[in-house]
Design a binder for this molecule. Structure first.
Ligand code: ADP
Ligand code: MG
Length: 698
């Protein structure tokens, strides 16, 4: 296998464009991609035609505008290239207009009130900064996919990509101002870069098919713990089994073809849990790629008779899955702005960008927390396996020492160098490996980037990155304004770091985020501890949030509000599906199985009694099982009652709260009885695969 040939073979990338487009046209398109200039219609026609020819040569018959509605997944409607001729034949056509804009009849996607049905059409617009690519299905069906943004007739964002692109533009603009203040005249653009590490579970398809809960909700709603869990820590980084290795190899090939730089793969902490990470990319491309990674994981798993679970918490009592969103800013001439430099000048800039992050994350901890919330993540955040629901920043001891010294105006010494004035003295070198050791922090500085570790495994990474880009842009805006006015830029830089530390230094925490002491300490520091999705989503409605996103034109008030409504609805609908599934499984699978066992016991008691044998053990078991059966039945009734009550509530937030506080709780209570029964009923009578089957039989 020649990876260099495979990589990007299904992407209409720079190389393909260069080869297939006339010189002028290529130049013009490059300018549009790099500088955002308007694409001329004539150029668009030529590009579309070249793209079509390329796609057809590779077997494509259809194209689609590929977009990311607020459901969190991706959407596509396929159109074939065919166009009839008067002679009754067809030719394959694709115009510039069809490339640039589409009108999918997409009225069923959530719009949160942004779009009345009479103007139900949404529009898709080509995002030429993310290259077009081919998707291949197993039966060699090939489709040309054009990454697009999805907007309403009035231009309101109905998707996750539009605000992401807006946030990228705004952070670029503000970061450039800071660089200009430092005399940089070379850089033209700053990009936010992202490398998302993706965790997932695999389960044998045969077992999956027998679990209605996995099929409808992606997680097990019942299941007693297996005799073995993750306590031996023997899975983490363990040897990869052949069956899994085959799957991973196939996965890599599929990803590489689409130009996704899949780089690392390994076993994760929980049994049957794995992780993949690509090499980082520009944020919108990274977000597109992550959607493709999730889709391809699912698709390739099926080819191996496996099912990929992306849910945040498929199994109780076992670690769940997340995404680590590695984020940084980098100039178009290749400088990572979160990399400490070697000159005083570079250091000053570095410390200011660090200050911007400290200020941004402290000021908008609630919004950042919101960006990582969904019903699945509610099982994890604060549950001692993932970061707590409290946002803090891990800076590492060395950088914290430096920042604190600057704050106090003290000299720092490290390895022979001293440091006092930002921008005049050099920074003591930061030991790299000491910066990545704290795995309990939700937001960690890891030497040259920040790692946001709260992101839900199943969610699009757009939301968190929209927030990151925007809050950092706001902080950089303020810093730039000060620098632009300052007479002595080094003095001003020092003052900014000092003030940031005084006002926002409370957000830095290098200790164990899983400890109870931290929860108490964070409360003392006044840091928000937002425990559930419903509370988190309500921050969409605060003036602080509305003003921030409006000021930087990332989300209008209406766009923000529509997201709030859609996500609240998604939250309670998800729990509604879970409750319906739980009720169905208990009524049609678990209770009948338990009753069968009770009848067996009763039969056995009669038979043995007749024969004059002892029946005390059978009677004891029958009593136990019968008591639990009765208890489960009354909990089932309770769940049904709570569910019916919740369904009737009209106010969205109140309804979501009822699902969280009543339905979800009743579901967990019912689960306890069923799980206990699982330990009492013979395996051959138990109607579904157990945790041992799901977790250890791959
Ligand atoms: P870890 O120790 O967490 O595995 P790695 O250095 O392997 O750290 O990086 C993890 C992820 O971070 C990868 O996807 C990598 O490409 C990404 N990454 C590295 N540098 C940057 C950067 N400057 N911006 C964004 N992501 C980055
Ligand atoms: Mg990492």
């Amino acid at each position: 296998m020649d990876v260099t040939k495979i990589f990007g073979s299904n992407v209409f990338n720079d190389d393909a464009m260069h080869k297939r487009l006339p010189k002028d046209c290529y130049k013009s398109l490059k300018k549009t991609i790099e500088q955002g200039t308007k694409l001329q219609p004539e150029v668009a026609d030529v590009v579309a035609n070249a793209m079509k020819d390329w796609a057809i040569e590779k077997g494509a018959t259809h194209y689609t505008h590929w977009f990311q509605p607020l459901t969190g997944s991706t959407a596509e409607k396929h159109d074939s290239f065919i166009s009839p001729t008067p002679q009754g034949n067809v030719v394959m056509e694709f115009s510039g207009k069809q490339l640039i804009q589409g009108e999918p009849d997409a009225s069923s996607f959530p719009s949160g009130g942004l779009r009345a049905t009479f103007e139900a059409r949404g529009y898709t617009a080509w995002d030429c900064t993310s290259p077009a690519f081919l998707k291949e299905d197993a039966n060699a069906d090939v489709t040309l996919c054009i990454p697009t943004a999805f907007c309403s007739y009035k231009g309101e964002a109905l998707d996750k990509k539009t605000p992401l692109l807006r946030s990228m533009a705004v952070v670029s603009k503000q970061a450039l101002r800071v660089l200009r203040a430092f005399g940089n005249t070379i850089s033209k653009k700053i990009t936010s870069t992202v490398g998302p590490e993706q965790e997932y579970f695999l389960v044998d398809k045969e077992y999956f098919a027998q679990r209605l809960d996995l099929i409808t909700t992606g997680r097990t709603l019942f299941g007693a713990p297996a005799p073995k869990g993750q306590e031996m820590e023997d899975h983490y980084f363990g040897q990869i089994k052949d069956r899994i290795a085959d799957f991973m190899k196939d996965l890599d090939v599929e990803l590489w073809k689409m130009g996704i730089a899949s780089k690392t793969k390994h076993n994760e902490v929980a049994p049957s849990q794995f992780e993949m990470a690509p090499i980082f990319a520009t944020t919108n491309i990274a977000a597109d790629h992550n959607q493709l990674v999730m889709e391809t994981l699912r698709k390739v798993a099926l080819r191996h008779n496996l099912v990929c679970l992306l849910h945040e918490k498929p199994y109780a009592g076992i670690n769940g899955s997340g995404k680590h969103n590695n984020w940084s800013l980098s100039t178009d001439d290749g400088v990572n702005l979160l990399e400490p430099g070697s000159t005083p000048h570079e250091n000053a800039q570095f410390l200011l960008f660090i200050s911007a992050l400290i200020k941004a994350v402290d000021t908008h901890a609630d919004i950042l927390r919101r960006s990582a919330s969904n019903s699945g993540n509610d099982h994890r955040l604060g549950a001692n396996e993932a970061p707590p629901a409290i946002i803090s920043i891990f800076m590492g001891d060395e950088l914290t020492r430096i920042l604190t010294a600057v704050e106090k105006g003290e000299k720092v010494t490290a390895k022979g160098s001293t440091f006092l004035t930002v921008g005049v003295d050099t920074l003591p070198p930061l030991p790299k490996d000491n910066s990545d050791r704290n795995r309990t922090s939700p937001f960690a500085f890891t030497g040259n980037k920040f790692e946001f570790r709260m992101v839900p495994s199943s969610a699009s990474i757009s939301g968190p990155n929209i927030v990151l880009n925007t809050i950092v842009a706001e902080a950089l805006d303020e810093i730039a304004t000060r620098l632009e006015k300052a007479n002595d830029i080094n003095k001003e830089a020092t003052a900014i770091v000092q003030e940031t530390m005084k006002k926002h230094g409370r957000i830095i925490f290098n200790g164990n985020n899983y400890s109870d002491e931290w929860v108490a300490e964070a409360k003392k520091r006044g840091l928000p501890n937002i425990k559930s999705t419903v509370e988190a989503l309500e921050t969409f409605l605060t003036d602080k949030s509305i003003n921030l996103f409006e000021k930087y034109n990332v989300l209008s008030k209406e766009e923000g509000h529509s997201r709030f409504e859609i996500y609240i609805e998604q939250y309670y609908k998800q729990i509604n599906i879970e409750a319906n599934t739980a009720i169905d499984m208990v009524k049609t699978l678990y209770l009948p199985a338990v009753m069968r066992w009770a009848a067996d016991l009763a039969d056995s008691i009669i038979t043995i009694k007749d024969a004059g044998g002892p029946v005390s053990i059978q009677e004891k078991n029958l009593r136990k099982v019968s008591a639990l059966l009765e208890s489960a039945d009354s909990k089932l009734e309770k769940l049904e009652k709570e569910l019916n009550a919740a369904k009737k509530i009209e106010d969205g937030v109140k309804q979501a709260e009822a699902y969280r506080d009543n339905v979800f709780v009743a579901m967990n209570e019912l689960r306890q009885d069923i799980d206990t029964l699982e330990t009492l009923v013979p395996r051959d009578l138990w109607p579904v695969p157990t945790y041992a089957d799901l977790l250890f039989k791959l």
